[in-house]
Design a protein around this ligand. Structure first.
Ligand code: HEM
Length: 421
């Protein structure tokens, strides 16, 4: 789920001309850009605010097809770099995860963790997700009881819920979550000094190296220990699956970052969407059976990711009548596809009763989100509990003052001040 590990188009020297740049206001309102682009055509080249040259695919049919197109690759380290390229610690250790690989490597890596994320296995986590949710809401209620009835919902709820769940699942100490948040935010940011990305990556790499050493010495009933066992079995040659030490670290990194960066934004942006559409909020509150469908509608509407992660071409590839040259970066703009009225009638309207099936907020094709069942469960529990616990929940800031994080990939609020009573 990280975007900045890959070298920029300029570093890779693709030799293609530059085109229009998305302005600095892109982060605050990306959908405005995408809706204009979608009107003009399904595919167009652009420069992201930080200078990365990409081809943006913006209409629903082309986005869905491109996400499953085997001519769009992900393994840039293996396919775009020169033979004498030597990865450094951060790139070499953190980026060899399944989102940066193509079959057969992708198939092998994904298979190692698929079982832990099936709908059935995830359903078993519901009581724990409900308990974590209840304790976070208790803390908010206690603060309100002590006179503090305005809280930042990101800080108090939307961030700690998914990060606690994924930490427990992996076996990562929950008390380290504030640290992850800083590292992870630095790694998905598209602004700030370049050194921040590297420093955060290095810190995460050292953290996971130590964690693996510790779990190797003291195995527990968690996913880190299970992956270490799979890795050690493959080292001894008694397992068909293989996972080298770098892949093990990268897997943990991916699961931890992907497991919370996105769901945090579903909860925070979803709450904002409901608060600014009071009729839909009331509809959902009065009929909780709408919840599972509403979570998918909120995913479609708020899009925790602006676009899927980077893909690239190796030969000229035609999409929607436009030929993208070889060795170019392609972004499938899932948020734009989800607002394509050709696919979702009146797409800019939030409708918690709509059938939002087929939305591409979780991607499509072989990289379809591994954590989708977990994210849906967390969304359902979080919205259900929040709405019933705080019947007079309201926005405690002027809408125009809310700031979105400066990331091309992540669509997330910096903070969401709400009044709980
Ligand atoms: C609302 C929450 C979430 C959203 C919107 C989301 C979105 C996505 C998307 C769009 C992709 C595909 C990216 C691409 O094709 O470039 C993806 C992949 C992935 N997601 Fe999620 N995700 C969410 C939650 C989670 C959670 C909770 C986990 C838990 C570990 C997770 C783990 C992953 C992994 C491992 C992949 C890579 C799959 C592969 O390459 O085969 N995600 N996610």
């Amino acid at each position: 789920m990280t975007e900045s590990a890959a070298p920029s188009a300029e570093q890779l020297d693709t030799g293609q001309p530059d085109t229009g740049r998305l302005g600095a206001d892109y982060f605050q309102n990306p959908l405005a850009y995408f809706s204009r682009m979608r009107e003009e055509g399904p595919v167009a080249p652009a420069l992201l605010p930080h200078g990365e040259r990409v081809w943006l695919v913006t209409r629903y049919p082309e986005v869905r097809a491109a996400l499953a197109d085997p001519r769009l690759y992900k393994d840039w380290a293996g396919k775009l770099t020169s033979p004498d390229w030597v990865p450094d610690e951060v790139i070499g250790y953190l980026s060899v995860h399944m989102l940066n690989t193509d079959p057969p490597n992708h198939t092998r890596l994904r298979k190692l963790v698929t079982k832990a994320f099936t709908a059935r296995r995830v359903a078993g986590l519901r009581p724990r997700v409900e308990a974590i949710t209840a304790s976070l809401l208790d803390a908010i209620e206690a603060r309100a009881g002590a006179g503090e009835d305005t809280v930042d919902l990101v800080e108090a709820f939307a961030f700690p819920l998914p990060v606690t769940v994924i930490c427990e699942l992996l076996g990562v100490p929950t008390e380290d979550r504030a640290q992850f948040r800083r590292w992870s935010n630095a790694m998905v940011a598209s602004e700030g000094e370049p050194g921040r990305f590297r420093a955060a990556g290095t810190a995460m790499f050292h953290y996971f190296t130590e964690l693996v050493a510790d779990k190797r010495a003291h195995p527990a009933d968690d996913m880190v220990s299970a992956l270490i066992a799979a890795r050690d079995a493959s080292e001894r040659g008694d397992s068909g699956d293989s996972l080298d030490e770098r892949e093990l670290i990268a897997m943990l990194f991916l699961l931890l970052v992907a497991g919370h960066e996105t769901t945090t934004n579903l909860i925070a942006s979803g709450t904002l969407a409901l608060l600014t559409n009071p009729a839909e909020l009331e509809r959902l509150r009065s009929d909780p059976s709408l919840l599972p469908g509403a979570v998918d509608e909120l995913l479609r509407y708020v899009n925790p990711l602006n676009h899927a992660t980077d893909r690239f071409t190796l030969e000229p590839v035609e999409i929607g009548g436009v030929t993208i040259p070889a060795r170019e970066w392609v972004l499938c703009v899932t948020s734009s596809a989800n607002r394509d009225s050709g696919r979702f009638p009146d797409a800019d309207r939030l409708d918690v009763g709509r059938d939002a099936g087929g939305h591409v907020a979780f991607g499509h094709g072989i990289h379809y989100c591994l954590g989708a069942p977990l994210a849906r469960l967390e969304g359902e529990v979080a919205f259900g509990a929040l709405l019933s616990r705080f019947p007079s929940l309201s926005l405690a800031a002027d809408l125009a003052t809310l700031r979105w994080r400066p990331s091309s990939l992540i669509r997330g609020l910096e903070a969401l001040p709400v009044r709980v009573r």
